[in-house]
Design a protein. Structure first.
Length: 138
């Protein structure tokens, strides 16, 4: 993410001797410690599970978009699909969107506090991205 300019440049700095993004590692470790302070690893584990479910849902949507944006691209593997109003929709995406959307609804009903945590982190991530994007253009 640092190489792509998706993080502030300070977090992307590389340690001279060990060649690792040491500030990003320290920052993420401190944030993980904040998640564990309440005395349960459940918060960080459930937050990760919810975030992963959202990412999988976004992947299913991206598959549909990519399939239609680049229809003539050489593909070595292609799943079966149906066409809805000249939009090619892979069956895998339809099933995935249904399953992941249903999962997110269930999570929101039964673990709403964790959804709030994930949405807060999503908002922080968007703000960091916008800050690093604006600093690159100035």
């Amino acid at each position: 993410m640092g190489e792509d300019g998706l993080l502030p440049s300070r977090l992307s700095s590389i340690h001279g001797r060990y060649r690792t993004p040491y500030l990003a590692i320290i920052t993420s470790s401190l944030i993980a410690m904040l998640f564990v302070i309440p005395g349960s690893v459940e918060l960080i584990a459930d937050s990760y599970a919810i975030a992963s479910t959202i990412v999988y849902l976004m992947t299913m949507i991206a598959l549909i978009m990519f399939r239609n944006k680049e229809p003539y691209l050489m593909r070595y593997f292609k799943t079966r699909s149906i066409t809805i109003r000249r939009v090619e929709v892979p069956i895998v995406s339809i099933i995935g969107i249904i399953v992941y959307a249903f999962s997110i609804i269930l999570i929101a009903l039964f673990k709403s506090i964790y959804v709030l945590v994930v949405l807060s982190w999503l908002l922080i991530g968007i703000l960091l991205y916008l800050l690093s994007k604006s600093s690159r253009h100035t």
